[in-house]
Design a protein around this ligand. Structure first.
Ligand code: ADP
Length: 163
């Protein structure tokens, strides 16, 4: 069984994340989207909300499983018999950070490899933090996140529905 893990905070999931899921899922028998519960970082959506949103968005994608995790990614990967980590690259800034992470993870778990997918040009500027910032100040985030979660974002930020 070829098992890949696509880890992230997904706070919230964006169309950039969805694109990486869509493109990488056919490479594996199982693609686990690992939603990180980071106790040191405050999140907009709870871990259960982030998991539920991803489950709903991927319900028709056969190989995709949504799971939450805490602690080291390599431990989560080993527990689930994954051989590959999937990450997206938007920019040189991503690359520097991602290269270090990939090398650190290989140091800890030499049996694990990281695969990088280049972000689509149209998603290259899209990040969860940009989405939160834009929505906080009443900007339009349609086209950056899946339509199905638009209202959830505006609700969370206390705006009811789309401004
Ligand atoms: P983290 O908190 O680990 O950075 P994110 O949820 O922000 O988690 O991102 C998870 C992964 O998705 C990272 O590899 C990141 O580079 C990638 N990613 C984020 N946004 C995009 C995008 N717009 N296009 C492609 N990949 C992306």
């Amino acid at each position: 069984m070829k098992v890949g893990i696509y880890p992230g905070s997904f706070d919230p999931v964006t169309l950039g994340h969805m694109d990486i899921i869509e493109r990488s899922r056919s490479m594996f028998d199982v693609l686990i989207v690992g939603v990180l519960q980071n106790i040191a970082k405050q999140s907009l959506f709870t871990i259960d909300e982030r998991v539920d949103m991803l489950k709903e968005l991927t319900k028709n994608m056969e190989q995709v499983k949504i799971m939450s995790f805490t602690g080291l990614l390599v431990d989560f990967a080993r527990k689930n018999n994954a051989q590959f980590i999937v990450r997206g690259l938007r920019s040189v800034t991503d690359f520097e950070y991602e290269l270090q992470m990939a090398q650190g993870n290989r140091h800890l778990a030499p049996e694990l490899d990281t695969l990088f997918l280049a972000a689509e040009t149209k998603h290259a500027f899209v990040s969860s933090s940009a989405v939160k910032e834009i929505a906080t100040y009443g900007g339009e985030v349609a086209g950056l996140v899946p339509d199905a979660i638009l209202d959830k974002i505006y609700e969370k930020l206390g705006r009811g529905v789309n401004p």
